[in-house]
Design a protein around this ligand. Sequence first.
Ligand code: FE2
Length: 196
Amino acid sequence: MDLQLIFPTPVYIKDIATEAFNQELEKNIFSWAKEDGGITKTNVNGWHSADNMHERKEFKGLVDLLFEAQYFIYKQEIMEFEPVLENMWANINPPGGYNIPHIHPNSLWSGVYYVKTPNNCGSLILDDPKTQSHMMIPKRKSGIIPPSFLWKQIEYIPKAGRLIMFPSWLNHWVNPNKSDDTRISVSFNFTQKSII
Ligand SMILES: [Fe+2]
């Protein structure tokens, strides 16, 4: 029989930057955090910057890399140009910090870029958006990793320098930072010029 995966959920992943790039980013995020108390959104016990990170000149290098990734996705998904970076913010999660389940309303593409990721600093969890399919979970044979179209929930262990992008409607959260160091990431939302 032919298999057609008709409602897949695309997740794009790429390692986009070097350690030196992240050290500079970390320095700039910390100096921003010192001068600004931040805001509270989905973060618990962490610092969440204002959402205009893309307008600050010290972060232009990262903004350019995000656009590069978004243009790749636009091409891949036959989308009309142009992408618009609506907002972007930094997250500093100290030990114990986490982010509750959420989606990113009024956007098309969202994502996270990892700046600093000590071991056990909190995985990103993505949940199967086909909520009705949760009503009955079949038992599967043990010892075999099922293909990705059968996954119900995915855990991504963060890695500094890595970018993960997904549709903004996809429910996700960040597990508690169980390391003894800070976890730093950058989140953002893209939309499309033609729909704003
Ligand atoms: Fe998020």
